[in-house]
Design a protein around this ligand. Structure first.
Ligand code: FNR
Length: 190
């Protein structure tokens, strides 16, 4: 059997009741034995300021995240859509991750993205923008299938469990494609 892959995950939302974070937790539940999924925390990342970077260097919270992502077999991101784009705080995190000597935190790291919204769009526009940013950072993003979870308030229970069986089946199958995608970019060749 193939070596299990260790993937890390970032949620674009800091909200306790976040549907996107809940979706990532559901992935941990649904993952096959060949995938290990670990959530990364980024709440304390400061707003990017080039003067502070020149003076103090990259904050330890950022270099720790860069190291964790670089040591992983790939990165899974679930993000909300804010005003037809990425949440500002999350874009700020991506900007920080791109700093420092090459290879930066995301350079060559395979990624897979998904998102949940309470509306009918399912983060389509945010995901399109995220793909563009990840392309700029040379982080290859799985093209399809896309996971656009609409109507999230009817698919999760109050405690954040993914209760909708069709969505569970869909993301379970998506994880099979994710594993295949991540194995195309071996860590040793990055
Ligand atoms: C939103 N929301 C939202 N939804 C959407 O489909 N398109 C959008 O452009 C926006 N814009 C937007 C802006 C701001 C500032 C907020 C706070 C919210 C709604 C958003 O999708 C919803 O709050 C999600 O539940 C947020 O994701 P989490 O926190 O549940 O993961």
């Amino acid at each position: 059997m193939s070596r299990p892959l260790s993937l890390v995950m970032l949620s674009g939302s800091l909200r306790t009741g976040s549907y996107n974070t809940a979706l990532l937790r559901a992935l941990q539940e649904l993952a096959p034995d060949t995938l290990r999924l670990t959530m990364l925390e980024w709440r304390t990342v400061p707003v990017y300021d080039g003067d502070c970077e020149d003076r103090e260097g990259i904050p330890a919270v950022v270099t720790d995240l860069q190291a964790a992502i670089r040591a992983s077999d790939g990165l899974v991101i679930a993000t909300p859509e804010y005003n037809h784009s990425l949440p500002g705080g999350f874009k700020n995190l991506l900007d920080w991750l791109s700093r420092g000597p090459m290879p930066h935190g995301l350079d060559g790291v395979p990624t897979a993205i998904l998102g949940a919204s309470v509306g009918t769009i399912g983060t389509t526009r945010a995901q399109a923008i995220l793909r563009q940013t990840l392309a700029a950072l040379n982080a290859p993003t799985m093209p399809s299938p896309q996971v656009l979870v609409t109507d999230a308030n009817n698919r999760f229970s109050a405690d954040g469990s993914l209760t909708d069986q069709a969505t569970r089946n869909f993301v379970g199958n998506w994880l099979v494609a994710v594993e295949r995608w991540m194995r195309r970019f071996p860590l040793a060749e990055r």
